[in-house]
Design a binder for this molecule. Structure first.
Ligand SMILES: Nc1ncnc2c1ncn2[C@@H]1O[C@H](COP(=O)(O)OP(=O)(O)OP(=O)(O)O)[C@@H](O)[C@H]1O
Length: 276
């Protein structure tokens, strides 16, 4: 679905004497329909830059990013706007990514109205479905973002990203600002939404354990280059590149059997909560 080939991104220097900075050197990867590609690397390795290049927020200096066969690099703004129904984003900070003066209903209706996706009644119906999908109560519609916890706000941001039924969501550190138990619940929500809707994710995180939990495949980014790329378990359990080994040593992963058992327990808990 998305093919990035030999992508180079250079940020312009600030002063007339300062040189530009090459944030991505020669980056290639694919995202298949319905899959999660995890992108892991330390701060400054270029993860956000990859997300921004896909979203058209930074220009690609050379190389190609194709989405459903269409070239995104250098695409005109109007065409890009049409595509933005298909590619959505969830950012890290659930406190600044939602307009504080809009109710949840307005936040969720806005993308539908902007794209003329049905009339107001259909939009209201869609909002109900979205709230169900992200596990928020129906009475959330009349409340403001400040009335919700960080995890709940991230659920609102996820509902907004889902509103137009995108094919791909760029998730840029979407659980990093949350405490550990909320992280686990929001990650499971991402997984269950994918099972339900088939949406694909580019899931950006500095945390190898988070990336392993959610990803089918993983790309490891180091100073603007992908140094390791493959099946999530292979990359995270049997890394070949010294940098990935270092990442793993810095943050050892929990025992995979225990992790799988905990994932199953959480699924059962979520299912029983949904039944209740
Ligand atoms: N607008 C900009 N102008 C100049 N340099 C930039 C700009 N944005 C990012 N950079 C530089 O590009 C490199 C990659 O940044 P990027 O934000 O993509 O990294 P990251 O892996 O997402 O890091 P973090 O996890 O800290 O967000 C960094 O060295 C950063 O300083």
């Amino acid at each position: 679905m998305l093919e990035a080939r030999n992508v180079v991104v250079e940020y312009a220097g600030r002063g007339w004497r300062s040189k530009g900075f090459r944030a991505l050197h020669d980056v290639s990867f694919d995202i298949k329909p319905h899959e999660t590609l995890g992108l892991v690397g330390e701060s400054g390795s270029g993860k956000t830059t990859i997300g921004r290049a896909i979203l058209g927020l930074v220009p690609v200096s050379s190389g190609s990013i194709r989405f459903d066969g269409q070239e995104l690099a250098g695409m005109a703004r109007r065409e890009r706007r049409r595509l933005s129904d298909d590619i959505q984003v969830v950012f890290q900070d659930p406190y600044s990514s939602l307009n504080p003066s809009m109710t949840v209903e307005d936040i969720l209706v806005e993308p539908l109205v902007a794209r003329r996706a049905g009339d107001r009644r259909e939009a209201t119906e869609r909002v109900r479905t979205l709230l169900d999908q992200v596990g928020l109560p129906q009475d959330a519609v009349h409340r403001l973002p400040r009335e919700f916890s960080g995890g709940q706000r991230q659920r609102i941001a996820i509902a907004r990203a889902l509103a137009l039924r995108p094919k791909l969501i760029v998730c840029d550190e979407p659980v990093s600002a949350l405490d550990l138990s909320t992280q686990a619940r929001v990650l499971d929500l991402f997984i269950s939404i994918q099972e339900e809707t088939g949406v694909a994710y580019l899931f950006i995180s500095h945390d190898l354990a988070v990336v392993r939990h959610i990803s089918h495949r993983v790309a490891v980014l180091y100073r603007g280059d992908i140094v390791e790329y493959g099946d999530a378990l292979d990359v995270t359990e049997r890394p070949e590149h010294p940098y990935t080994k270092r990442l793993l040593m810095a943050a050892p992963l929990p025992d995979p059997d225990r992790q799988a058992a905990r994932r199953q327990e959480r699924r059962e808990l979520l299912a029983s909560e949904a039944m209740a």
